[in-house]
Design a protein around this ligand. Structure first.
Ligand code: MOS
Length: 766
């Protein structure tokens, strides 16, 4: 052990972040794995096919489930003919509202602390049809093919009732204030309309974004068994504990009667929650007395799993001649169903975006008879920044000011809507570093650059995504003797959608404990683990981080007690020691040290376990906290066909300290790729005559494929936020945020054509 400046000793971290507090010492810890490019620890298992996904679990005597989907948007089921289906080979059960077990309605997301139902609708309990595509009959059979075949033989008769399936019809029915998490989506500061009217220069335009469907590579699935009175479900979930609780409420079970696991998830993006299929599968398993696997087809995902809803947004900005914003208006409409809680909150990113004395932000909602829409990566921000950041580009043109410069001139000193100081905002550095690396200054006038048939242009945009830390996270750390040393098991009720959470958790825990990475195991994705952490809102790493800090502090205190009077650490308190090299040492006298193995051996213990909850997220009351991005895009637009090719993309991110360079870069790149789809391709085709989704397949719903994606350069400021665990902000949702506008602005620069209606397909450029 080297003393003094060279020491790698990590002191204990504070367990809360409030003004005057000290930062997490891991921020200063530059020796170890934090920030290095560490490959996902679950990667080899996935490549070998050895990581079991939800539809790969298997129970003895399992039956397979297929669904029949309603073909009207609203009304009643008057008859179901199941004779042919029941007689088909291999059929075990045909279940509908006529024979399904009685179940409670799942509490809708946001309606109770743990409720994560898609809507407040009962499932298979009555003859009501609420959307075109609603599952109404389930068929169990010995094989999936037999179930699919028999489902095709079911005949359903309906009494259709008047429905609202067009945007114009919905608006005619009424418009209401949008509520997000119970709060009105409304901000008013000063008098924005008057300031706009008086501004020297202004833009005022309407932007439209379409529906988007979720398309994770792993379609939604669950493998379900009743073991006595216990419901066991292997699911694909990004909200493991909450889903178990909600299923418990549906089936009148106590929390310990539901066991939900989800060790591996093939992408979620907001969609891997509770939908009708898990409830139907569990009900069918109960009724048939057999385990059930329900794996949605890709079409099934479109019928059962909601996506991002459409928006119409007005952005108006008034500025002085030197480009200072005087008025900022971002208002509009989002569509939802009568039964869910999710207006697409497109103003969220605008709230902390720019300095402006007069701000008006509002999301209103109108209702259609459709599948409940839901969260999709950066819900709100992804489409809100398309409108806002396109409008800023339009203003830059009107002012003849470079759009990077215009944004820098309007950088806020403090949060413009809450008045709170920023905890860590270095977006100016992201802009400058990104512009230099991209070669932004080489830009031409709109339509000025041409390479043969191709018009070439560049555009930029920015994004902000809030830092959150949901309460309820706990961590359990078990330190146990293992050969000649010790190993640690870190258990968190978290979810891994493939973004690297389990790897990052292992890295952070290893650094905190002073153990090598291969001595730390992370367990997650199991409702039996205490606490509740959700992979949502880009907050999971912070939530886990705070829980691990709390548990680690308790563990060190426990170890010092166990060490006793014969230890070199005798008499020291937890605040006086740090972790390093498989043991604890005195901070200012590292010669006083003892290994974990030695402490456990002297105390005659094989292991020590502590469980502790993270502290409440008080930091959110004191600072305005966000991830930030500065995005640069180059496009080539074919002057003959109108086809757009993205030829270069650079994202410069300011997201606090980056914990794993490899998985963070993947999050940024993946988000940007999803943003390229939003900009150029993705659109759910919703038949306004009958509410049917018309393109429920990857053949017809277009996503970027490899040939659509250029090399994407990502850089980051890597400036730690002293007010968060590990100095980190979220990296999951900032990546997509702003990409739609960066592409649209580049298309404008290439062609002189401003498209305010996503996706920017070639017909809009001809
Ligand atoms: Mo995200 S839309 O919080 O999975």
């Amino acid at each position: 052990l080297v003393q003094g400046a060279m020491t790698k000793l990590v002191p204990l971290a504070p367990d809360s972040w409030i003004p005057g507090g000290v930062p997490d010492p891991l921020i200063q810890h530059k020796h170890g794995l934090i920030g290095a490019a560490v490959s996902r620890l679950d990667g080899p298992l996935k490549v070998k096919g050895a990581a079991p996904f939800a539809a790969e679990f298997r129970f003895e005597n399992m039956a397979y489930c297929a669904l029949v989907y309603a073909t009207i948007a609203r009304g009643r089921i008057t008859a179901i003919d199941v004779v042919a289906a029941e007689a088909a080979p291999g059929v075990v059960l045909v279940m509908s509202h006529l024979n399904a077990p009685r179940m409670n309605k799942p509490p809708a997301f946001g309606s109770t602390p743990h409720g994560v139902g898609p809507a407040d609708l009962p499932i298979f309990q009555d003859d009501r049809v609420h959307w075109n595509g609603q599952p109404i009959v389930a068929v169990l059979a010995e094989t999936q093919e037999q179930a699919d075949h028999a489902a095709a033989l079911v005949e359903v008769a309906y009494a259709a009732e008047p429905s609202t399936t067009s945007l114009e019809g919905a608006k005619a029915n009424g418009i209401a204030q949008g509520l997000f998490m119970g709060q009105p989506l409304l901000n008013e500061i000063g008098d924005a309309e008057s300031a706009l009217a008086q501004a020297a220069v202004k833009v005022d335009a309407l932007y439209r974004t379409p529906r988007h469907n979720h398309n994770p590579i792993e379609p939604h699935a669950a493998t379900i068994a009743w073991v006595g009175d216990e419901l066991v479900i292997h699911d694909a979930s990004q909200m493991v504990t909450q889903q178990a609780q909600t299923l418990g409420e549906v089936f009148d079970l106590t929390p310990d009667q539901v066991r939900l696991t989800s060790p591996y998830v093939g992408g979620g993006f907001g969609s891997k929650g509770l939908w009708d299929h898990q409830v139907i599968g569990a009900a069918a398993a109960k009724m048939a007395g057999r385990p059930v696997r329900i794996a949605l087809s890709r079409e099934g995902v479109y019928r059962v799993v909601g996506g991002r809803t459409l928006t119409e947004q007005r952005v108006a900005i008034g500025a002085s001649a030197d480009g200072k914003f005087e008025a900022l208006i971002h208002t509009g409409l989002s569509v939802m169903s009568p039964h869910n809680n999710m207006p697409e909150p497109f103003i969220l990113g605008t709230r902390a975006g720019y300095a402006c004395p007069n701000i008006r932000l509002q999301v209103e909602v109108t209702q259609m008879n459709m599948l409940a829409n839901t969260f999709m990566r950066a819900p709100g921000e992804a489409v809100g920044t398309f409108a806002l950041e396109s409008a800023i580009d339009e203003l830059a043109v009107a002012l003849a000011i470079d759009p990077v410069e215009l944004r820098l001139r309007n950088e806020p000193e403090k949060d413009p809507t809450t008045g709170l100081p920023f905890s860590s905002r270095h977006i100016d550095k992201a802009w400058r570093d990104g512009a230099a690396r991209f070669g932004w200054s080489d830009r031409g006038a709109p339509g000025a650059r041409r390479e043969g048939e191709w018009l070439v242009g560049t555009g930029c945009a920015t994004g902000t995504y809030p830092y959150y830390r949901m309460p309820g996270a706990e961590a359990r750390i078990t330190l146990r003797r293992d050969g000649d040393g010790v190993g640690a098991l870190v258990e968190v009720a978290a979810a891994e959608m493939g973004m690297g959470t389990s790897t990052t958790t292992a890295i952070v825990a290893a650094e905190r404990l002073g153990l090598p990475l291969d001595r730390v195991e992370v367990a997650y994705g199991d409702s039996a683990i205490p606490g509740a952490i959700m992979a949502g809102g880009s907050q999971q790493t912070a939530a886990i981080g705070a829980a691990v800090i709390a548990a680690h502090n308790a563990l060190v205190a426990e170890l010092l007690t166990l060490a006793g009077n014969d230890s070199p650490l005798a008499g020291l308190s937890a605040g006086e020691v740090g972790s390093e090299d498989g043991g604890l040492a005195k901070l200012d006298d590292a010669a006083r040290r003892e290994s974990y193995a030695s402490i456990l051996a002297r105390a005659q213990r094989d292991e020590v376990t502590v469980t502790k909850a993270g502290t409440p997220p008080l930091e959110l009351m004191h600072w305005s906290m966000h991830s930030h991005s500065a995005l640069f895009c180059e496009v080539k637009v074919n002057a003959v066909t109108g086809e757009t090719r993205v030829s270069r993309f650079l994202g410069a991110f300011d997201c606090g300290r980056i914990l794993n360079a490899k998985t963070a870069a993947s999050q940024f790149r993946g988000g940007i790729i999803m943003g390229l789809g939003l900009a150029l391709m993705e659109e759910t085709q919703f038949d306004e005559r009958n509410g049917r989704i018309m393109n429920p397949s990857l053949a017809e719903y277009h996503l970027p494929v490899h040939l659509d994606v250029p090399e994407i350069d990502v850089i980051w400021t890597d400036i730690p936020d002293p007010h968060t665990p590990m100095g980190a902000h979220g990296v999951g949702e900032i990546g997509i945020t702003g990409v739609g506008a960066a592409v649209a602005n580049a298309i404008y620069n290439a062609t002189g054509r401003r498209v305010r209606d996503l996706p920017i397909t070639l017909d809009k450029l001809l």
